[in-house]
Design a binder for this molecule. Sequence first.
Ligand SMILES: Nc1nc2c(c(=O)[nH]1)N[C@H]1C(S)=C(S)[C@@H](COP(=O)(O)O)O[C@H]1N2
Ligand SMILES: [Mo]
Length: 336
Amino acid sequence: MIKIKASEITPEHLYRSRRRFMVGVGALAASVALSACGAEDATPSPTTNAAASGEGTSAVTPASIGATATQEPVPPTASIQSDELGDALTDYESVIGYNNYYEFTTKKEGAAKLSQNFQSSPWTVEVGGLVNKPGVYDIDDLRKKFTRQERIYRLRCVEAWSMIIPWTGFPLAELLKEVEPTSKAKYLRFETLYDPDSMPGLKNNSYQWPYIEGLRVDEAMNNLTLLATGLYGKDLLPQNGAPVRLVVPWKYGFKSIKSIVKIDLVEEMPVSLWMAAAPHEYGFYANVNPQVDHPRWSQGSERRIGELGRRKTLMFNGYAEEVASLYDGMDLTEYF
Ligand SMILES: Nc1nc2c(c(=O)[nH]1)N[C@H]1C(S)=C(S)[C@@H](COP(=O)(O)O)O[C@H]1N2
Ligand SMILES: [Mo]
């Protein structure tokens, strides 16, 4: 089937408008149906479906969000189906069916099935270290406390494939303001759940578990940096990092750590799982950069899931305007 570019069917002012903030009314069913329509034969087939989450898909009103806030705000109406550069959303089935989640498996089409009984509730996130107000947050309290927004972001995996995903979540900066990092805090260290009983991939001893990631405090404070609790207007499914994961759209996908149980403010640069596994291949920064190739492959282009052919990879994944100044004066070949 011939793919009609979203830019051809979406009014200029809509798809050109910068980031979209939404509060929670819209036509979920229409949006998902239309997106699924755009699915291509080349996309991998999912091994599970949304019904597995047990979440309803009915529209939520702003009032009901204020009341319980346990359900995701619904995604934008069917007229918004692209990111701010006009790229069409990746279809839902691919987003939930083609995943990297090594705690379950290294096979992208296997993560959905192997994680389908993963218990993401009850769940707490411990925030501590160099902060004035450490706390243990229940996931339901996080959802109530911080107004969730929709952010349509490009996800660029270091393996040179990419997707466009409509996340729901809140800026990490809001949580940081709450815990008040001290002046000594320079980095954040994130940790994924370590549960060998439910995560069969933890038997893979090529990696040092738990999965760890890190950000500099100023990167974490950037308005683009999101703690996501949903996508396509539904709660996250396990394979996408339920119940809460990081999304840092200008960095390679592996920085966007899933199923977070702990966030520590620290003085020293954390060593991530990938830095420990292959330090010459994966650095701390991992900013998307078409000029710095992976030792084993080019980062100059990427395969957008659902499309044939390749696209040019953009500096900072297209978010240079928002983030380039964070790295002023740094040699990005050295700090890769
Ligand atoms: N805990 C954990 N987080 C993780 C991973 C993982 O294996 N474990 N994979 C990363 C990689 S390599 C990518 S590309 C993204 C994929 O996110 P998605 O499956 O939701 O698209 O998650 C990242 N976060
Ligand atoms: Mo990735």
